[in-house]
Design a protein around this ligand. Structure first.
Ligand code: AMP
Length: 410
């Protein structure tokens, strides 16, 4: 038997329950990007299928629930789960009954039928403001027709919302699905005796968003590789001119201290030695490569340069564990995506265990074409960072027994 991940201690998984004939309330993260009614990335749906299929194979009656976007009210129909219901119907080859009134008695009526080839999908949970308010009343309604609660919505587990927190708080039988189990095991492997050399690749817009994770990883990793706009604050902190590049002036002191602390620990800190720059954000005509880390005063850095890519690729080639969070440049623009995609390629070719934080990094890995070469791409941007930083996720904590001597019943 493999040793359970520390982060999963005391938490039951869907495997632990007798599901035959039981009603399972399955909280998923089906918050997919939409263009009109077209799903533009169905990763979150496909990542949820193993738990759905397992419950169905074991004979459970399934109520699937998720939020979608940030609707202002229930009239905000562009956030309806309808496209998700349609896609689930195709993928599962079952009728997916979309319940427009998730709290109504209608759910019970369907549950009392034989539900042979059906599953219930509740309409967007955030259509009811009780969801974000962690409403006990709303939780009570859901609990009135559910036997077992399973959370497989990793991307929402850092939020104390009714379907993530209030509901499992009152459900005696509760646990996680396969997606969360894998997420936690993968993220734990980044902090619990990771294989060395271990490199954290951090990028993105702001250093301030990454401070907590830098602090957490400082004593664990062997080195940091920094790209994106974050890098300019580090360069400026060393008095290297960065022109009009995005710099967090209030973080210059922190960046300087961090450089010293990393050096004092004898760890490596790789910063860009050249850049792709332009005169304005997104301007392609004036794009050029700098010959050094210095950026002229009328230019701004928008991607890492070729010499930097080479340096970073060598570091990744020799790594045994890599955590990547944040793009190396403005990758959404084709003219400035090369550095980010080259890092994705270097990771793809490296034998390291490579774990990609969700959000923008997941989108960048996907856009690079190398997503399937990563060991794991988290489905939760905010949740994965918070977990890695050592914060307790409300959606996980509520699934642990209250006292150490207790167990969650199965
Ligand atoms: P984050 O959410 O912190 O990971 O930041 C991701 C965002 O950072 C993306 O939208 C990128 O376009 C942006 N970004 C990356 N590099 C730069 C840069 N050099 N200048 C401005 N924005 C950047």
């Amino acid at each position: 038997m493999s040793v359970p991940s520390a982060g999963l201690k005391g938490i039951k998984t869907v495997r632990d329950f007798e599901l035959e004939g039981k009603t399972v309330f399955l909280r998923l993260d089906l918050n997919v990007p939409l263009e009109g009614t077209k799903i533009t990335d169905e990763t979150r749906i496909t990542a949820s299928l193993p738990t759905i299929n397992y419950c169905l194979e074991k004979g459970a009656k399934l109520i699937v629930a998720s939020h979608l976007g940030r609707p202002k009210s229930a009239d905000d129909k562009k956030y309806s789960m309808e496209p998700v219901a349609k896609r689930l119907t195709e993928l599962l080859n079952r009728e997916v009954v979309l319940m427009e009134e998730p709290s109504s008695e209608g759910v019970k009526h369907i549950l009392y039928g034989n539900m042979k080839n059906q599953i219930i999908l509740l309409e967007n949970l955030r259509f009811d403001e009780g969801e974000t308010e962690n409403s006990p009343q709303l939780a009570q309604q859901w609990a009135s027709y559910s036997d077992i609660y399973i959370n497989d919505a990793f991307g929402a587990s850092h939020r104390a919302h009714a379907s993530i927190h209030a509901l499992p708080e009152i459900m005696p039988r509760k646990g996680i699905g396969f997606l969360i189990e894998k997420e936690i095991k993968m993220l734990d492997s980044l902090t619990d005796k990771p294989k060395k050399p271990y490199i954290a690749v951090l990028g993105g817009a702001k250093i301030s968003d990454k401070i907590a994770v830098i602090e957490k990883l400082m004593d664990i990793v062997d080195g940091f590789v920094i790209g994106g706009a974050m890098a300019y604050t580090f360069l400026k902190a060393q008095n290297i001119p960065v022109g009009k590049s995005l710099v967090e002036t209030d973080k210059l002191k922190y960046a300087k201290e961090m450089i010293e602390r990393i050096e004092a620990r004898n760890k490596s800190l790789l910063l860009p030695v050249d850049h792709i720059v332009s005169t304005e954000f997104g301007n392609v005509e004036n794009k050029k490569v700098t010959s050094s880390a210095v950026i002229d005063e009328n230019y701004m850095g928008l991607d890492i340069g070729p010499k930097t890519v080479k340096n970073y690729s060598v570091a990744l080639e020799n790594a045994a564990t890599v955590f990547w969070n944040g793009p190396m440049g403005v990758f959404e623009n084709k003219a400035f995506c090369e550095g980010t995609f080259a890092i994705a390629k270097a990771l793809a070719e490296s034998k390291a265990l490579k774990i990609v934080g969700g959000g923008d990094s997941a989108a960048a890995a996907e856009a690079s074409g190398y997503a399937d070469k990563m060991s794991h791409i988290s489905t939760g941007g905010g949740a994965s960072l918070e977990y890695l930083q050592g914060e307790k996720l409300p959606g996980l904590e509520v699934l642990r027994p209250r006292k150490q001597s207790e167990q969650v019943p199965v």
